[in-house]
Ligand binder design. Sequence first.
Ligand code: MG
Length: 379
Amino acid sequence: MRDPIPCGVVRDSCRSPEVELRRLALPLRRPFRTAHGSVEVRELILVRVVVAGSEGWGECAALPEPGYSNEDVGSAWAALRDELVPALRAAAGRPSPEAAVPSAARNRHPMAAASLEMALLDAELRAAGRSFAAYLGSTREWVEAGVALGRPGSVGELLDQVAEAVDEGYRRIKLKVHPGWDVEPVRAVRERFGDDLVLQVDANGAYGHGDAAHLSRLDPFALAMIEQPLPAPSLREHAELARRLKTPICLDESITSAAIAAEAVSSGAAAVINVKPGHMGGLREACRAHDQCVRLGAPAWVGGMLEAGLARAANTALASLDGFTLPGDLAPPDRYLAIDIAAPLERQGALVRVPQAPGIGATVVPSAVEAVTTEVVTA
Ligand code: MG
């Protein structure tokens, strides 16, 4: 088990942390459509803390609108401003980022809580001169990234987008599917790009219990997995569906904690787990989910939430843990964001270098943050 952070900076400084909350608006290169809806501007929240002279940054995974989960930018903003930051102040002198984010608030607002935890962890690791990857004890220097494509307007547009990603060196492509947009686009991609392409689909819960026979029509295409075919949480229904499909089921929206990840695997609801730190309340819980997957022998990977470069760097470091055996949604944000807020990570084809600088993994560019900020609150 990895060690607690041997650093007293946050313990000493939680007596008077400076906390700044920012709302950002980052334009996307193209709209990103899923079964939950469409995103054209990635609004998101940044958390900046200064504890004992050490700065830390956190990025909130909440999307502009609810759909993926109940949390959205507006609710996460209110939770941070009105609940989590005041609780942090009330926790003066508490020993760790984890203790400074109460579990009750974490359960209600996991993405908001995760962003505050990330900022505190970043500050603490920077003060200790340690990288997140070193803290995790991981030794991998590079991790493999896959590309997740939003639903395009046509099969032709889809094929163009897959070709673009393949030309960039990516070997694992994820397509969004929903009723009326599944078998034909998958067939078209398989026919055009062959069996060597690692292809998987994500339904974001768009199918119902009566769709098993239809979904089995995807079996001949040798998909690596189908992600979240049914709405969350529905583990029992996913286990029933899994018995009727050859394609392995991966769960994402359903996986809100390490315990649920373990239950999903044990019950047969999921053969593969998509680990999203924001969705499960933070990087520490994501590490626990990883450990559960290793214990149960289930393949796991790190998912994406249209992050900016801060959270994607943290996710890249997280993905260097040995149990993340499958490529994650870790393609650098310049694939989908027209403007980013952090220095890009090094990429060679499908491989992204694990960040090693002290802190969570990202080098935030303050002038870029300023340029896309729409609101600032000093809490
Ligand atoms: Mg997903």
